[in-house]
Design a protein around this ligand. Structure first.
Ligand SMILES: [Ca+2]
Ligand SMILES: [Ca+2]
Ligand SMILES: [Ca+2]
Ligand SMILES: [Ca+2]
Ligand SMILES: [Zn+2]
Length: 509
């Protein structure tokens, strides 16, 4: 819920004079437009009790200097007791821009106040926005007129240019009291939005918190940015936006039955996925679980010392659990596009065989090589009825690309197979013979050495299965497919929306 944030703004603004304002310009010329009627509404908890405030753009200088800027408008939130910061559960204020000869624009604005000091020494806080007022129609019905779409480089004949499920207009002007751009939306790049509530409490004057450190957040952003998918603007990967919202009390129990409760902001339920993070004092209780679009994670507390964030194992634990569970909520199984766990040829953070030990990398935020699978081996699935031991991934894959098969982490060696010392060959059944044809065996469920201590992680998903086809997947493509099929843009296109994901339990790390 957004109450806490609104209250923080109110407190901050009480001691200052503050403005919300912006510039209205013409998408064809880029120049400011004057005499635009601007209607702002601040709302109570229900949309019905909204108070209007009206201004016009008027050559008025926003910062009190002598510069005269065209198309500028501003509001003083305290003038007449009218406020332009959101109240009571709303993350944004609504602004409607109208002028004869132009199309009307509705924009949702989440204030992000910046301090500006005047020549007189007076300090004021401003939150500004930029609005294009179009003349043309909105051909595709995504909320952006054609001339604005051309200005921004989005498609006039597609409601969702970047295919992330968020319609073009929502990304630029917001929708239904949410300012997606303020959370980082870009209409030409795939965006994921995740609201996170986290346990935080004080015992004996010491604060304990499950809030993710900036080191972990940066690692999660990097993992998603490295997904193997190309965006409309030519950039690669997916931009994930983690929004830490409410704190959860000490007695809160992170488990599936709490995920649907009132802690998840009403306004965010159309687009955001949702997670809860809790602290545990039991190392063996570190785990996560995802169900549908929701997840929780539980792990040991991160110490308060920021200087060891890159090298501390506990940071690494959070940096594994959270992106893995979020991956489930965007449609990834433990086998990527299926639920077969521990496939040696699917090198992904979703796969228990690779989630900690990929390439034997260090278990730290800084040095781990754990990744989402880029799908390098997707075109050469392995059949457990006949596993080729010579060039198992086809003639084009070099031995150097298969080195990840050699190390599943000492002392936790998971598989029995051996990579040939010079050739791109794998002795899957561990008999030291590299047969010309293939061997038959249950590679992902029986072909490994059960870990000492803890539970048998690979058997967890695979018990009762025998010979399967083991496939690699491009995780980035799977996430992209999920977004296209499950987001609000699919509704605008009139397609069936099917974001149902079965509950996925992830046992202890
Ligand atoms: Ca449009
Ligand atoms: Ca469009
Ligand atoms: Ca989009
Ligand atoms: Ca986007
Ligand atoms: Zn999992």
């Amino acid at each position: 819920v957004a109450n806490r944030t609104a209250i923080a703004w109110a407190v901050a603004l009480a001691s200052l004079s503050a403005c919300t304002g912006g510039v209205v310009s013409d998408p064809a010329t880029g120049r400011g437009i004057n005499d635009v009627r601007v209607l702002a509404r601040r709302c109570e908890s229900e949309h019905t009790r909204c108070l209007p405030m009206v201004r016009t753009t008027s050559n008025q200088a926003i910062n009190g200097s002598t510069t005269r800027a065209d198309g500028v408008f501003q509001y003083d939130p305290y003038e007449g007791g009218q406020y332009t910061y959101p109240l009571e559960g709303k993350g944004a204020s609504e602004f409607t821009f109208t002028k004869p000869g132009f199309q009307t624009v509705v924009k949702y604005h989440r204030p992000d106040y910046q301090m500006i000091e005047h020549a007189s020494g007076e300090q004021r806080a401003y939150s500004t926005m930029s609005v294009y007022l179009p003349r043309e129609r909105d051909s595709d019905g995504d909320g952006l007129a054609d001339d604005v779409e051309r200005k921004l480089g989005t498609l006039v004949d597609d409601v969702d240019t970047d295919q992330d499920g968020l319609p073009d207009g929502w990304e630029v002007n917001g929708h239904d009291w949410v300012d997606y751009a303020a959370f980082g939306a870009n209409p030409r790049v795939r965006d994921l939005f995740v609201e996170i509530d986290y346990q935080e409490f004080t015992v004996g004057g010491v604060k304990h918190s499950a809030k993710l450190s900036s080191a972990v957040v940066a690692k999660i952003e990097q993992l998603y940015r490295n997904l193997n998918v190309v965006n409309h603007d030519g950039s690669r990967g997916v931009a994930i936006h983690l929004f830490h919202d409410d704190t959860l009390p000490q007695d809160h129990d992170c488990s599936v039955r709490y995920l649907e409760d009132t802690f998840f902001s009403e306004d965010h339920r159309d687009v955001f996925h949702y997670g809860q993070l809790c602290l545990t004092s039991d190392r063996n209780e570190q785990r996560g679980e995802a169900t549908g679009l929701h997840f929780f994670g539980r792990a040991l507390e991160i110490n308060a010392d920021p200087t060891d964030d890159q090298t501390e194992f506990q940071q690494f634990a959070w940096a594994l659990i959270v992106p893995h569970e979020i991956g489930h909520t965007y449609g990834l199984g433990h086998g990527g596009g299926d639920t077969l766990n521990c496939k040696p040829n699917y090198p992904s953070i979703m796969n228990y065989a690779h989630m900690k030990h990929y390439l034997g990398s260090a278990q730290t935020v800084r040095d781990t090589l754990v990744q989402f699978s880029p799908g390098r081996f997707a075109s050469t699935p392995l059949s457990e009825d006949r596993l080729p031991e010579r060039n198992p991934f086809g003639p084009d894959v070099l031995r150097s690309e298969m080195l990840f098969l050699t190390n599943f982490g000492s002392p936790e060696r998971m598989f029995r197979f051996n990579l040939h010392s010079t050739q791109p060959w794998v002795d899957w059944d561990g008999d030291r013979i590299f047969v010309t044809g293939g061997v038959a065996m249950d590679l992902n469920a029986r072909g490994y050495v059960p870990l000492s201590g803890g539970i048998d992680r690979c058997a967890f998903d695979n018990s009762g299965r025998s010979h399967e086809v083991l496939r690699d997947y491009n995780d980035g493509q799977l996430v992209a497919d999920f977004l296209r099929r499950a987001g609000p843009a699919a509704r605008l296109r009139g397609e069936a929306v099917s974001p149902v994901v079965a509950p996925t339990v992830c046992p202890a790390l």
